[in-house]
Design a protein around this ligand. Structure first.
Ligand code: MN
Length: 753
């Protein structure tokens, strides 16, 4: 027995060693660091010996897989590969950083340190992943390789997510979509980003994912025909010109298709630009620059096929902020389907696929601070240095920095700035210089005077008008959209705020002393509820500012009000009243001990049945009903709120407070009803509304809470709020209503308002 298990282990370790050999052989950039990499492998192998992942595989296969991604998919060198091999040893074994530093040098040790710090906090019961994320950024601005190895680690974990418990899957998938995919995008790692997105969708909405995958498969032959009809004539022309090139074509990623369907509210069949073709060519030595050669190919293509003038994208003249360069056009294929064509050189292609790493390979000698990615990292550094203690806010701001698309704005002197879509004149002022931001009063946009809140369009020329007397205003936060503008404004307001908080604290203490009430957590909670304020600091600030009048506090003090109502939905067995509002009496006592937080059932899925004994609140931001993919968020007091899994609020919570998220599943739901709103549009005619409502209440036997219809110029639209058992019933109902003569569309609304 013992002998055979040792043999198996030896055999597996042999496989592991072979993978390292293969990796070094396949990646020429690793050869100069071969000895270091082998040393790291031997150490990691020994340290993890006997450990296995949930899949049963030896643990060492995970760091090996991560280092393969690091080297062959991101294109990094020996230092990063060494760090990737060692990324879990400090955390999981008794090897420490000092050991690593003496064996592998300070660079490797620092990268591992950055990754370890992050993971160890992440696994604890930390209240805020947002805080940990900030730590990751701190390490990242010291050495970008920390985040690159982290992305590789995350990618491998996503590829092997099946072996994780379900409640962790959602959290990891949501976090991946919320933070890691955008970072990959921002660093220009297109392939990594796309895979992370697809895998996240696969775990968040397995049914959606499988259905789309199925559809792409079914249409494969059609796609090939369309692609051939476009690619063959292009090939012929390019061959005639003696060009060296490759043409690759494929449908867009499942996630991007899904996003489009969501954004435009259209079915798969109506997405017209599902196919993308890429021409990657080697520039010829004909004296023309790469850009001109790209346009040359563009001319070849557009003399064969008609281009869509609205869909020309020129990132060869001005690359994207993440370094992306290419020329995109969308052409009409002979079969009448649009096909997107991307034209790139080899160099552009490598940058597009591998991002940051490839960027550096081509621009080795470029001084730091000169390129867009360095600028981006510098802006993160600035945000970190000036961030509030509120990690959540910081988190949001960081998100602002991860834009998908950009516009180009010109200064009066014709200098070009890349700005995020949605930027305002105020953002632009801060982009140029913070002093310009502090003192701006308006802007001349294309020589026309506009307010600071004016949203800029690509190609605008903007001149900021200032006045020495001007001071930053709170209202500006409403239309400051870039992280830079927001951060700068907050810096100014923070000092002001500190003062007001201190003042508020004094006022409150004096007031409570006078009333002979001692302050405790419960009292604070009551005050916050009363004013609908989220935290104590904000309350003190409001008091200090005079926005909260202390005389109004009277009613939350213990002697005045013994009861406080709390709104909560309770699901209980057999209740005829379908949804029953339960009033929870939080019998107020003036003791200073807080109620013990309810234990969180972390490791099991919550089953939501008609017999459910536990109370749930249905989140008002997304109002899920049985049949929807949901997660439960455990509130601080132990109650649960159900969110739809794609609800932006839920995704944010999963990413930042993932340890409070519990997977939830609906089972048979025939007894209880939930509120759902549907929008109906169509051509108006006499009696149509009553026909619709009749179908709903008599044929479908569904209770209606409210009906609101408006008609104008022969077109009507309306909203009906219903009590419904589950998504199946809703689908049946929608199918019935859409058959009513005149009804053009019936859609479920994201939330019930
Ligand atoms: Mn790992």
């Amino acid at each position: 027995m013992i002998d055979s298990s040792i043999n198996i282990l030896e055999e597996e370790e042999g496989v592991a060693r072979k993978r390292i050999n293969d990796l070094i052989e396949e990646c020429p950039q690793l050869q100069k660091g071969e000895a270091l990499i082998r040393k790291a492998f031997e150490l990691a192998n020994e340290a993890h010996r006997g450990m296995r992942r949930k899949s049963g595989e030896l643990y060492i296969f995970h760091p090996i897989a991560v280092s393969r991604i690091v080297a062959s998919e991101i294109g990094l060198g020996p230092t990063s590969v060494t760090a990737a091999l060692l990324h879990d040893v400090v955390e999981d074994t008794n090897i420490n950083l000092t050991d690593l530093e003496s064996l592998f040098g300070p660079k490797v040790a620092n990268i591992v340190d950055g990754l370890t710090k992050l993971d160890s906090v992440l696994d604890q019961n930390a209240s805020l992943q947002a805080e940990n994320f900030r730590k990751l950024l701190v390490s990242m601005i010291e050495d970008v390789r920390v985040i690159l190895v982290k992305l590789a680690d995350r990618l491998h974990n996503m590829r092997t997510l099946d072996s994780m418990p379900e409640h962790k899957q959602y959290r990891i998938a949501a976090e991946t979509l919320y933070i890691y995919a955008p970072i990959a995008h921002r660093l220009g790692l297109f392939a990594v980003k796309t895979e992370l997105e697809d895998l996240s969708l696969k775990y968040e909405h397995p049914q959606v994912y499988n259905r789309l995958q199925e559809k792409l498969k079914t249409n494969e032959a059609d796609y090939q025909t369309i692609i051939d009809s476009v690619a063959l004539p292009i090939q012929e022309q390019l061959d005639k010109r003696g060009l060296k090139y490759t043409i690759k074509a494929r449908p867009k990623s499942i996630y991007s298709i899904w996003r489009k369907m969501q954004a435009k509210n259209i079915p798969f069949e109506e997405i017209y630009d599902i196919l993308a073709m890429r021409i990657v060519f080697e520039p010829t030595d004909n004296g023309l620059d790469e850009k001109t050669q790209c346009w040359g190919i563009y001319t070849v293509i557009t003399s064969l096929f008609r281009p869509n003038p609205d869909r020309l994208r020129d990132w060869v003249s001005i690359p994207k902020a993440n370094g992306y360069e290419a020329l995109h056009t969308t052409i009409m294929s002979p079969s009448g389907r649009w096909v997107e064509v991307q034209i790139r050189t080899n160099r552009m292609d490598e940058i597009a696929e591998r991002g940051y790493a490839a960027h550096w390979k081509y621009k080795d000698e470029e001084p730091a601070g000169e390129n867009e990615i360095d600028k981006w990292i510098a802006s993160i550094r600035h945000m970190l240095e000036n961030a509030d203690s509120n990690s959540f806010e910081f988190f949001d701001e960081f998100k602002l920095n991860l834009f998908a698309s950009e516009i180009m704005i010109f200064t009066p002197k014709g200098e070009l700035k890349n700005m995020p879509v949605g930027s305002t004149a105020l953002d632009f002022a801060f982009e140029i210089h913070s002093n310009l931001g502090y003192h701006c009063i308006g802007a001349k946009i294309n020589y026309k005077l506009e307010p600071l809140s004016h949203e800029l369009k690509s190609g605008d020329q903007v001149e900021i008008i200032t006045s020495e007397k001007q001071q930053p205003k709170y209202e500006w936060l409403a239309f400051a959209t870039t992280a830079k503008a927001k951060t700068k404004l907050r810096e100014v307001f923070r000092a002001e705020r500190k003062e007001a908080v201190a003042k508020g604290e004094n006022l409150l203490n004096e007031y409570l002393q006078e009333k002979k009430v001692t302050i405790n957590a419960r009292l604070i909670k009551r005050m916050l509820d009363n004013y609908h304020i989220s935290n104590k600091e904000e309350l003190l600030y409001q008091i200090g500012k005079g926005a909260v009048n202390l005389d109004n506090l009277e009613k939350v003090l213990p002697q005045k009000s013994p009861n406080k109502w709390m709104k909560m939905w309770k699901l209980s067995f057999g209740s005829k009243e379908n949804i029953e509002r339960e009033d929870v009496d939080d019998d107020y006592e003036d003791d200073s001990s807080d109620p013990a937080p309810a234990p969180m059932p972390k490791d099991k899925n919550i089953v939501l049945s008609d017999e459910a004994t536990q109370s749930y609140a249905i989140a008002s931001c997304c109002t899920p009903i049985p049949g929807d993919d949901v997660v439960a968020y455990v509130e601080e007091n132990g109650t649960m709120t159900l969110h739809a899994r794609q609800c932006p609020q839920a995704i944010k919570l999963m990413s930042s407070m993932g340890n409070r998220i519990v997977a939830a599943q609906w089972v048979s739901h025939k007894v209880l009803s939930y509120l759902v709103a549907i929008d109906i549009e169509g051509i108006d005619r006499q009696g149509i509304v009553s026909e619709i409502t009749k179908i709903i209440s008599f044929e479908q036997n569904v209770k209606i809470r409210s009906v609101h219809f408006e008609a104008q110029d022969g077109v009507f639209n309306g909203t009906i709020i219903l009590y419904i058992h589950n998504t199946d019933d809703l689908q049946t109902l929608i199918k019935k209503v859409i058959k009513v003569n005149g009804v053009e569309s019936v859609k479920r609304k994201d939330k019930v308002e």
